[in-house]
Design a protein around this ligand. Structure first.
Ligand SMILES: [Zn+2]
Length: 262
């Protein structure tokens, strides 16, 4: 699969994606914000956008739908319970989305919003490693927020049941570029984490369009929300919150609460 990631240079630091089959040149516009830019990008690479998919209903993930639709006629697909203008099809948990040689499975990952989807392309004869398009559920070095219609217990459940089991070599394509700030948070939680410090140095001088594509294995080395068992992090949390429960859920929720104030 061809993946084109574009940084939108907006206050919310969105990434837009074009996913394409290199044989048929058919493409999916994922979470278009600047629809004209996505259409131009497709033309530049001789791709035809056949489908628009929104991971969730927030405005910064759907605003480019009309422009892409006007230029291509591509239908809008999203979770079956999403209410997105002009939505033509409701995706159910576990559904497969196939276009050319692309095969993407829809993971229903509530938490950021109740209808949030991640898309997973398993390793195949066309892709050596799995690819995860995680929207606002999993970010580099963080989990998505649960402030605008979300639920942190659902987010924890989505992480445990669907994201944590994915293989280490899975490539992570999140919906926003928050990596630098998130690594700061990760280091605040685990000051001795050498991988968080290493990557903070690595990305310090990079522009938003040059941010590295990380694997889940790498994320497991510094993302606090994937490191719920890390002793140093738990100990530091307990010093701040003496009443904190022992469960992974308690740790996850405490981290998310702290990140909201970061
Ligand atoms: Zn969102």
């Amino acid at each position: 699969m061809l993946v084109f990631r574009r940084y939108m240079n907006n206050a919310l630091r969105n990434f837009n994606y074009l996913l394409a089959c290199e044989h048929s040149r058919q493409a999916i516009a994922l979470d278009p914000l600047d629809g004209d830019a996505m259409v131009a990008l497709a033309q530049q690479h001789d791709l035809t956008i056949k489908l628009i998919i929104n991971t969730h209903e927030h405005h910064d993930h759907i605003e480019g739908n009309p422009a892409v639709q006007a230029a291509t006629g591509a239908p809008v697909w999203a979770h079956e319970n999403a209410r997105i203008p002009n939505q033509a099809h409701g995706i159910k948990a576990g559904d497969w989305i196939e276009l050319g040689t692309m095969r993407l499975q829809a993971l229903h990952t509530p938490g950021h919003t109740p209808v949030h989807l991640c898309l997973l392309a398993p390793a195949s004869e066309y892709d050596e490693v799995p690819l995860l398009f995680s929207g606002d559920t999993l970010f580099n070095a963080c989990a998505g927020n649960c402030k605008n219609g979300g639920n942190v217990d659902d987010m924890y459940d989505s992480f445990v049941s669907q994201l944590m089991p994915l293989p280490d070599d899975t490539l992570l394509y999140p919906g926003h570029d928050y990596m630098k700030n998130n690594l700061g948070f990760a280091l605040d939680r685990e000051p001795e984490n050498t991988m968080a410090a290493y990557w903070q140095d690595q990305v310090a001088l990079l522009g938003e369009d040059d941010m590295p594509v990380m694997t889940l294995g790498q994320e497991r080395e510094y993302n606090p929300f994937l490191r719920l068992h890390a002793d140093a992090m738990r100990q530091r949390l307990r010093e701040q919150f003496p009443d904190l429960g022992d469960s992974d859920r308690d740790v996850f929720k405490a981290l998310r609460r702290l990140r909201d104030q970061w």
